[in-house]
Design a protein around this ligand. Structure first.
Ligand SMILES: [Zn+2]
Length: 152
């Protein structure tokens, strides 16, 4: 601590400083300042890019939140209508089973007079029971291919 001040070994003392050495130092200082300015520009450009990315991220985050809300809302709606849909499907299935029973019964009763026979009132008139049976059969066949919307 109390030793006399000695310059570090790689530094020249002021007494030995020549004009050329001073010019060299000024040149190095100018180069260092130019380098610093380049880094400053790079930093500013990078900062602007980072800010753009943050803004973009915030926008995407907002969109994701909106989409999540919509998906939750849709899921709640589907859950709400599923019981109605299941009840309607069961009603349709019960009705379809009853109609199939009716078609089978009509096939028999309309063939045999002892069981009622055709309800033609005169020759060349069609039987209303058979016509109804045929319509129901066609509707059942159609329903199998393309189920209609549920009714309340
Ligand atoms: Zn008939």
């Amino acid at each position: 601590m109390t030793q006399p001040e000695q310059p570090p070994p790689d530094r020249i003392s002021l007494d030995e400083m020549t004009s050329d050495a001073l010019d060299q130092l000024y040149t190095e200082l100018e180069e260092a300042r130019a380098e610093q300015a380049r880094f400053r520009t790079m930093y500013d450009v990078s900062e602007a890019r980072v800010n753009d990315l943050i803004e973009e991220r915030d926008k995407l985050s907002e969109q994701l939140t909106t989409m999540t809300d919509v998906a939750r809302s849709n899921r709640r709606h589907v859950r709400a209508i599923v019981p109605d849909l299941e009840a309607a499907t069961q009603r349709a299935e019960r009705a379809e089973a009853l109609l199939r029973e009716y078609v089978s019964l009509a096939n028999v009763t309309h063939q045999y007079p002892a069981m009622g026979g055709h309800d033609c009132l005169a020759e060349n008139l069609t039987c209303a029971g058979c016509a109804l049976r045929d319509k129901i059969r066609a509707a059942l066949d159609e329903h199998q291919e393309q189920p209609g919307p549920p009714t309340r």
